[in-house]
Write a protein that binds this ligand. Structure first.
Ligand SMILES: Cc1ncc(COP(=O)(O)O)c(C=O)c1O
Length: 358
């Protein structure tokens, strides 16, 4: 049994390691998305792919470990387990390595070396589980059997991510002091919650829009006020959209939700890549689509001002999915009419996305 002083010393040292890692990092940049100058509206993209693990989950991972250490859920040597198929696993493996902690990601599906490699390269382990929803029970079981910690981003990220200081919200509003709108997606809901809390705490006039892909429970749950809304359907847009309302999704902080067709997310992800060169993921496209909707409202009302949207992640692996026509066709997605709508809009036409499929 470790001595109480040793336990506290390890926790303090570890939190300092995380703080140093954050302090070493430059603020992620705000990249302009080009709009015609005579509109008087700017659109900036907060590039969270600039983190070492190329995802906004980089900050969330740091926040989750910091919080779990401060709560005593993680002590020296605690094996850390998470259930996630996405970029969170890479960011968490990075953070676990920084702290010298064993890390396992439980991912949905059949064993897939391509998905496992970036986690294993950072010293983490990966287990694959079917059916997909079994990942949560399996992660919980693995953690319990090893005396470890189930990190559980859906349960904790909204509490762990700071809305005042050095996490996304504090940094974003220090760079862009008063945008009219800030636009984000919702996976755990933590990012949106931190932005909404920051706006309220600082009395900003900025409004928070949350974009939501097809199949997700968040938009209908928000619109209907049903806290237990569930679709039971997985999202095709990695990182955002959930089959059920999650505890970290806080509707009361959201001014507007925008439902985005998946083909629109794909077309918009390609538009971000064309503008920035970054091979962004689908959720960035969802965010851009919603931002363009808001820009159109401002332009058409003759309002001047600005919108900030989040680049959630980027990586070459997305070239084989959201940026690939074969992949889109296999998923039943036709981005072409959506790409045409973006193009027409950017040349001055009204914002008229294709009618949703019935
Ligand atoms: C643009 C964007 N917003 C939000 C999220 C989800 O963040 P959270 O899990 O904090 O809700 C993602 C995740 O990929 C994202 O890409």
């Amino acid at each position: 049994m470790a001595d109480l002083d040793d336990i506290r010393a390890w926790a303090a040292r570890s939190i300092r390691i995380l703080a140093d890692d954050a302090a070493r990092a430059e603020p992620t940049p705000l990249l302009p998305f080009p709009l015609p100058g005579d509109w008087g509206v700017s659109l900036l993209l907060k590039d969270e792919s600039a983190h070492p693990t190329r995802t906004l989950k980089h900050r969330a991972a740091r926040a989750l470990f910091r919080h779990a250490i401060a709560c005593g859920r993680i002590v020296e040597g605690t094996p850390v387990v998470e259930a996630t198929g996405g970029g969170a696993a890479v960011a968490q493996a990075y953070t676990a390595r920084l702290l010298g902690l064993p890390y396992t990601a439980v991912m949905p599906g059949e064993p897939d070396g391509r998905r496992a490699a970036p986690v294993r390269d950072l010293g983490g382990d990966v287990r694959f589980v079917t059916p997909p929803l079994a990942i949560y029970d399996e992660a919980r079981r693995l953690a319990a059997d090893s005396g470890g910690c189930f990190l559980d981003q859906f349960g904790w990220a909204e509490r762990a991510l700071d809305h005042r200081g050095d996490d996304l919200a504090g940094e974003l509003f220090a760079q862009a002091s008063r945008p009219d709108w800030v636009v984000a997606g919702a996976g755990t809901g933590a990012t949106a919650a931190s932005l909404g809390r920051h706006v309220r705490e600082h009395g900003l006039s900025t409004r928070l829009a949350v974009v939501d892909p097809e199949n997700s429970a968040y938009f209908p749950g928000w619109a209907s006020g049903a806290a237990d809304y569930a679709t039971g359907m997985p999202s095709r847009i990695e990182g955002i959209g959930r089959p059920r309302m999650e505890p970290g999704f806080l509707p009361s902080l959201i001014d507007l939700m925008i439902r985005v067709p998946d083909a629109g997310s794909v077309a918009a992800a390609r538009a971000v890549r064309a503008a920035t060169g970054l091979p962004v993921g689908g959720s960035t496209g969802t965010c851009l689509w919603g931002a363009l909707h808001l820009v159109s409202r401002m332009r058409d009302a003759g309002a001047r001002g600005g919108v900030v949207a989040i680049i959630g992640d980027a990586g070459d692996r997305h070239l084989a999915t959201y940026h690939d026509d074969g992949w889109a066709a296999r998923k039943g997605l036709d981005p072409a009419p959506h790409a045409a709508a973006i193009d027409r809009f950017l040349h001055g036409a009204p914002w008229e996305p294709p009618a949703p499929r019935r």
